[in-house]
Design a protein around this ligand. Sequence first.
Ligand code: NAP
Length: 245
Amino acid sequence: MSSTQRTAIVTGASRGIGAALAQRLAADGFQTVVNYVSNVAEAEDVVATIKAAGGSALAIQADVSDASAVEALFLETEARFGAVDVLVNNAGIAKQSPLADVTDQEFQQLIAVNLTGTFNGMRTGAKRIRNGGRIINLSTSIIGHYQPGHGVYVATKAAVEGLTHVLAKELGDRSITVNAVAPGPVETELLFAGRSSHIIQRLIDDIPLGRLGQPEDIARIVSFLASHDSGWINGQILKANGGRN
Ligand SMILES: NC(=O)c1ccc[n+]([C@@H]2O[C@H](COP(=O)([O-])OP(=O)(O)OC[C@H]3O[C@@H](n4cnc5c(N)ncnc54)[C@H](OP(=O)(O)O)[C@@H]3O)[C@@H](O)[C@H]2O)c1
């Protein structure tokens, strides 16, 4: 453990956007915790990739929807790496369904992971992150599109944006910034699940830059928000969507 090094936790970092965020923050010099809920092998692969590149990383299992598991995630991180400087609340799930067909279980699961999970991270982070630290949440730029089938997913992310604005004001006196990144379609399992190649092509056609986002596109933004250079950016939602507003 090094007290001079900074430490970051990325939730949901075993694959997709989170894996790229963890690798980028580790490359930036953070001791990085790769959180996951079930895919231990993929989380360990991310850790191995970071270590092979000379970085410092550790995989820690925790279901973000469980408040006590999130507390334990922080405690284990502190024991191994020291106090946390950056928390990225990235873990999330998506499910598309017309509102009339959403089951109670689907509704509760989306709320549990996307909203309660992010809240659990923000609440623990607000108490434990070092002064001058960063909390970065993942929203989505499809808020505002009001697309059929996305109602509950969008509701969870709209709530995350609300929490982001409020906590940014509450932690300002400790120089902790709280921001969110709102990606457009990014090439991950979450995006491809339940979408035909025809629908994916329609998405691409709708993006002025003519391509899907890559996890690394989001990692560059999170890298900046986690850095000292972003110190005057607080309470903002940064859209990264190739112009698909
Ligand atoms: N991809 C997009 O187009 C897009 C666009 C806008 C916003 N986003 C947001 O970006 C974030 C990452 O999305 P993604 O596309 O990278 O998703 P993904 O590829 O499906 O990966 C999801 C990650 O979240 C983890 N996770 C799921 N439930 C969890 C829980 N209860 N506790 C802890 N970790 C959990 C998974 O861990 P396991 O591997 O262990 O299951 C995995 O590491 C999400 O918040 C999503 O809403 C994505």
